[in-house]
Design a protein around this ligand. Structure first.
Ligand SMILES: Nc1ncnc2c1ncn2[C@@H]1O[C@H](COP(=O)(O)OP(=O)(O)OP(=O)(O)O)[C@@H](O)[C@H]1O
Ligand SMILES: [Mg+2]
Length: 385
């Protein structure tokens, strides 16, 4: 019988970390060694079994950590992400099942695969019910070395694949963030160029035409200059519209609240859908956050116009010290459940990604025939953070 304090002097106790080199690792190529080792936790109160298991698994070339009690195992599971945990069922104090339950109860280790080691197969049957298939397994003691090794190897491989998946997910997310910000910069740049450069040229031409107008007496020519002047005016309007479409000046000059209010009015004018907006007093928000919320808002409105068949929408923007919240409710057909996770729903995905960049979220829900609600919530960074 051991408790963790009694075994404190044991070389195998607690964090004793045994990184065992693979026998063939000596002459293996560096590329093969570059793969990060997975961590395996072995939990057994018997030093002898613990040692035997370590010996057995050493050839897998992974990092082995050991614990001699459920309590120690729990501590380790809090600190490390294990590819698999080998758990002795019979242990004094907290037994294997209790330990597994606690391990699974924690967020970090809730999906960690567990292989129970037991001397009695019948004690396994009932406990299996509580677990998701594939995440637990058991082996009879004394274990058959090759069976143990191959089972553990499968979990190690699975763990590796998961890690790689997570990495590539992370990379994709960063790439998406980069693309979003590059696109935004480019839009702002083009908007400025169009507005300033083209705007100036048009003003110049307009003055030249005015100059001509004053010096012409022939009615036909005067008529021409008059129509040229009108054309120039409408071109100026078009240029403004294009520049504003790319990036509304209002967002930079007046701020997010004004820009949302303006966009809501424009939306009503353009679509005829009755639009009500409840807005807070203007406040200075981070440039990036304002842009993100504004773009999300535009995407929501585009969706309402394109898909909802709504006759009315209610917009509410709220800002506390901690969060910026935007809610848009329409009274249309309601977004179908299947669309929420649809592979084609890139607009919705784009909104989620934009919000996620700031640790925020977008929730979309619809009731058939009654409408759709989109809620955006983004934490506001504290000054100095
Ligand atoms: N307000 C809404 N009311 C009803 N259905 C909606 C609403 N908003 C979105 N949907 C549904 O959800 C789908 C996904 O929306 P999403 O914005 O992702 O894609 P999209 O608008 O079809 O294309 P895009 O990628 O150009 O935005 C839409 O095709 C539509 O069927
Ligand atoms: Mg869309």
């Amino acid at each position: 019988m051991h408790s963790s304090s009694e075994t404190a002097s044991s070389p195998l106790e607690g964090e004793a970390r045994l990184s065992v080199p693979q026998p063939e690792a000596a002459d293996a190529k560096p590329a093969a060694q570059a793969q990060p080792q997975a961590k395996i936790l072995i939990v057994d109160d018997e030093p002898k079994s613990l040692f035997a298991l370590q010996e057995l698994l050493a050839s897998l070339g992974q990092t082995l950590l050991v614990a001699q009690s459920g309590e120690d195992a729990l501590k380790l599971a809090l600190k490390h992400d294990f590819a698999v945990i080998l758990l002795d069922v019979r242990m004094p104090g907290m037994d294997g099942f209790e330990t597994a339950k606690m391990i699974r109860g924690r967020e970090r280790s809730q999906a960690t695969p567990i292989i129970f080691l037991t001397a009695q197969a019948d004690e396994m049957t009932s406990m299996f019910k509580g677990y998701a298939v594939g995440a637990v397994d058991y082996l009879m003691k004394p274990v058959v070395p090759d069976v143990l090794k191959s089972k553990v190897a499968v979990f190690v491989e699975l763990h590796r694949k998961n890690e790689r998946l997570r990495e590539s997910e992370d990379q994709l997310r960063r790439l998406a963030a980069h693309l979003i910000s590059v696109r935004e910069e480019e839009r702002a740049h083009i908007a400025r160029e169009i507005h300033d450069e083209l705007g100036q040229v048009l003003t110049g031409i307009k003055m030249e035409v005015g100059w001509l107008q004053k010096r012409l007496n022939e009615p036909a020519l005067l008529e021409k200059t008059e129509s040229m002047s009108k054309l120039i005016d409408s071109t100026v309007q078009t240029v403004r519209k294009i520049a504003t479409g790319l990036r509304p000046e209002m967002l930079d000059d007046m701020g997010l609240v004004a820009a949302v209010g303006w966009q809501a009015k424009e939306f009503q004018k353009r679509t005829g859908i009755r639009t009500r907006a409840k807005l807070p007093p203007e406040r200075k928000f981070d440039f990036e956050i304002s842009t993100a919320v504004f773009r999300i808002f535009q995407e929501i409105l585009t969706n309402v116009a394109r898909h909802s068949r709504a006759t009315r929408i209610d917009i509410q923007l709220d800002a506390t010290e901690e969060r910026l919240e935007l809610e848009v409710v329409d009274n249309g057909i309601g977004i179908p459940e299947g669309e929420l996770r649809g592979r084609k729903s890139l607009g919705l995905l784009g909104m989620q990604e934009r919000a996620l960049l700031f640790g925020g979220e977008v929730s979309v829900s619809g009731v058939p025939g009654q409408g759709t609600r989109v809620a955006v919530s983004i934490p506001i960074p504290r000054p100095g953070n």
